[in-house]
Design a protein. Sequence first.
Length: 484
Amino acid sequence: MDFKLNRGEIHAVMGQNGAGKSTLIKIITGVHEYDSGEMFLEGKHIKPDSPIAAQKLGISTVYQEVNLCLNLSVAENIFIGNEPMKYGCIDWGTMRSGSEEALKKLNIFLDVTLPLSIYSIAIQQMVAIARVLDTKAKILILDEPTSSLDESEVSQLFKVLRQLRDDGMAIIFITHFLDQVYQISDRITILKNGMFGGDYKTSELPKIDLIAKMLGKELSEFSYTRGSGNMDGTSVKGSLAAEKILEINGLGLRGSVAPFDLNINKGEVVGLAGLLGSGRTEMARLIFGIDNPETGKVTVKGKAINAISPRNAIMAGMGFCSEDRKNEGIFADLTVRENIILALQGKNGIFRYISPKKQLDIANKLIKSLGIKTPGANKEVRTLSGGNQQKVLLARWLATNPILLILDEPTRGIDVGAKLEIMELILNLSREGMGLLFISSEFEEIIRCSNRIAVLKDKVKIGELNGKDMNENQIMQTIAGGKK
């Protein structure tokens, strides 16, 4: 790919998960050594072989997770590894005044002798930037710097970035927030599947065009309408029961997802659509109680869950399949049977042990009904394909007889045949009366499986689509416009 960064500009790098953003930054900063092409800084050929080498060239990075020492003072963090010395000892006075001067350039005034831990995430981000400025950086790379900031803190950061840009610094800005890209950037480079997808002036690239290019399609390809429903493309028929399984009012967590309302009826599949970083997974984690919400309430079949937690969610009849199948789903060293029985045994508690014979009966029944391809229930789950591992996770929750199932990217990383099988299972479960919350990066999958679609952007639920509005074009228009 080609990439050009000018002095005195803020250059956004956009792309879906796996597009190559992190790899590009790691090449520029010397984490990875490039094996083709050339890289130039101010006309001189460079090939940094480490982050330290890149820093010496004037290339510095501030990561999403602030990599500073919270137990040290602000001044110590700014000068760490570069402490001013006097008579063989640290010159604390020079360190203090130097830190104050560095922060003053960013319009930040605070006591630099206090521990960094007492200050907000926004201030910690500013301290990380001040540390970079102290190294006389020519290029500043910001990797998701606003993911944990509120609106006022983002505004403060952007004010600083504009000042740095006007002073001649070149800034690479990586984010998933579309609105922020248009607030702060001068140019946008798009990556798609590890390849260069275009370089555009921000003012000349409409939001909907940016979304289409990130997804790797032309706008004309989104112009058709497809009804929700079966694998042959036909719509799901039949009236949904009026019984409300899940009702959510004002559920939210600062830095995770803004307060939202949502309900799911018996036999209904509600899809969550949005670009990477829009808040889909965060919403699912709040509903299931993995993350503790600060506001709102969750009601299941008319009964409020007083303390929202995974255990209480399970006891209320929920199940949750995480998108991170490898780290948050399967237990690779355990058998298929053991993986399937885990949630049910957890729901029963340690005093209601499920006998090995009953475990095997439950596992075999689910293996057969879901079509899990395995030599046997006592085979290690690590030996199964990704699609069959995903079916094992579905079996785990079906064993608990849930009334509501949350599926976060259940078709990610599996082959086309397995995807179709998983989607057919989703539709069959809804026909049997189960309520499902379905998350997928593929708009077509969501449209095909869902009765209704909630659209998210920048950690906010911005609308719902149903009927004829459930098409890829309308989803993109909603994301681009912020409303239906």
